[in-house]
Design a protein around this ligand. Structure first.
Ligand code: MG
Length: 461
């Protein structure tokens, strides 16, 4: 069977793999999980191909009897929130998140606002292979109407922060949505919190002329300099569909996602003592240390935002997070939400009055070292079982690859999901220690590869 779904939906290059015919057919295959008479939302990120692919999807959905509320351009978390708010059966989101402009894709959302689980993706894939797709009779063709969802989404976020205390600070922020749909929500949200808002790359433009849609430190130099030029309290950047938020402090320095996550975790645990914090095993020790110090419980998961969301629901977690700037705040919704994250950071800054850089200084500091070794895809499973056996006497976690914990750091060894490689990430409280732990990790990898057999070991990345 052809596997169509990746970690976050279906992705590909527009008019190559992601064609109108393909999107229409996938939409028709959704009848296998959403029967005729269901109602789904449909919305897009700001990509140029969004409206074209959305119309193809609507045609497909209506042809199998599914009714559609078209919400237009909107951030992924705004659409996810609207699913539960409007009590519809789910949503189709046309987005390729942080991928370059030539890409687009499809995310399917279940009735609880979270992306559908793998079992349901498989049902869609089966239906796609199966040639017997049934269309409904003309009397049962689905309807399409439009809905505006942005204001109710912002109203909902505002219920989770103390508007008065934030307003009193008269903050200034620079918002860089990277010409994506975050520009439709975050500036508006911050204005309603009394901020003076400056935007860069604020206009919606599917060619992403300002910067690439992935908010990496290299892509945020402009944001940093605008923050400094305006003496702003912070800057915030989103990815293409605004489910992630990356901040820069008042000195224009990029704050990586695990630091933001740690700050929010400390804040949430102060209000929810003993709460459960859910995060993938790939997250840094900074989060482990902060959660422990704040008296919370950390729950590790495999890597993947849908896995974090589902685990949060299962264990009734108070917060979830990923090192890439994805923060899940269940009182709003158990999914990554860039605007909600921004409101939480505003709340943290309003609470004690010191600048963002001071908050960051209070966090544990870790240094990172990483490397990769080639390994053919077909040897990865064997490699992993040898690795698990060889590390059995160490303090380790085998949820996703092997993570070995030391008192002042860790090493994560993980076969790459997409490339023929084994990756090794080390971290420690000093740079020298991080290099040393990387060496330990690489030693283990090389021993395991030798045991798996027939692999040329090259220590370059
Ligand atoms: Mg995204």
């Amino acid at each position: 069977m052809t596997r169509l779904f990746g970690t976050n939906g279906i992705r590909g290059i527009v008019n190559k793999t992601i064609t109108t015919q393909f999107v229409c057919k996938i939409a028709q295959c959704l009848s296998t999980i959403f029967p005729a008479g269901s109602t789904l939302l449909i919305g897009t990120d700001g990509r140029s191909s969004g409206p074209m692919l959305k119309m193809a999807a609507i045609a497909g959905l209506n042809s199998v009897g599914i009714n559609v509320y078209d919400v237009g351009f909107a951030p992924t978390p705004a659409i996810q929130f609207a699913v539960t708010d409007l009590k519809v059966d789910g949503a189709v989101i046309i987005t390729a998140s942080h991928n370059p402009p030539e890409f687009n894709g499809i995310k399917i959302i279940a009735g609880d606002g979270v992306e559908i689980p793998r079992e349901k993706e498989e049902l869609i894939e089966e239906k796609y292979e199966d040639k017997s797709l049934e269309l409904v009779s003309w009397t049962e063709v689905g309807s399409t109407t439009t809905r505006y969802i942005i204001d109710t989404y912002i109203d909902a976020i505002l219920k989770h922060v103390d508007i008065k205390s934030i307003k009193a600070r008269r903050f200034t922020a620079v918002v860089d949505p990277g010409n994506g749909v975050g520009g439709l929500t975050t500036p508006l949200l911050l204005s309603r919190l009394g901020f003076k808002v400056i935007t860069v790359n604020g206009q919606l433009d599917g060619t992403f002329p300002g910067r690439f849609p992935e908010p990496t430190p290299e892509n945020l130099a402009q944001l940093g300099s605008v923050v400094k030029a305006y003496n702003a309290d912070f800057g915030v950047a989103h990815d293409g569909d605004a489910d992630r938020a990356i901040f820069v402090d008042e000195q224009g320095r990029v704050v990586w996602g695990d630091q933001t996550f740690a700050l929010v975790a400390r804040h949430v645990l102060a209000e929810n003592p003993g709460g459960k914090i859910v995060t993938p095993i790939a997250s840094g020790s900074i989060i482990k240390d902060v959660v422990k110090e704040a008296g919370g419980e950390i729950i590790w998961t495999k890597v993947g935002s849908v896995i974090v969301s589902r685990k949060l629901i299962e264990v009734d977690g108070v917060l979830g997070g990923e090192e890439n700037g994805g923060i899940f705040y269940p009182p709003m919704q158990p999914v990554r939400d860039g605007a909600m994250t921004t409101a939480l950071i505003a709340q943290i800054l309003a609470k004690n009055g010191s600048p963002l850089s001071h908050h960051l200084k209070s966090l544990p500091q870790y240094f990172i070292a990483k490397a990769g070794v080639p390994c053919p895809h077909d040897k990865k499973t064997k490699f992993l079982s040898v690795l698990i056996k060889r590390t059995s006497d160490l303090e380790r976690n085998t949820l996703d690859g092997v993570k070995i914990f030391y008192t002042d750091g860790s090493v994560l060894i993980r076969p790459s999901g997409t490339e023929p490689k084994i990756r090794c990430f080390a971290e420690a409280t000093t740079e020298a220690k991080a290099e040393k732990y990387l060496e330990y990790g690489m030693n283990i990898i090389n021993k395991c590869l030798r045991e798996v057999g027939g692999i040329h070991v090259d220590e370059s990345d």
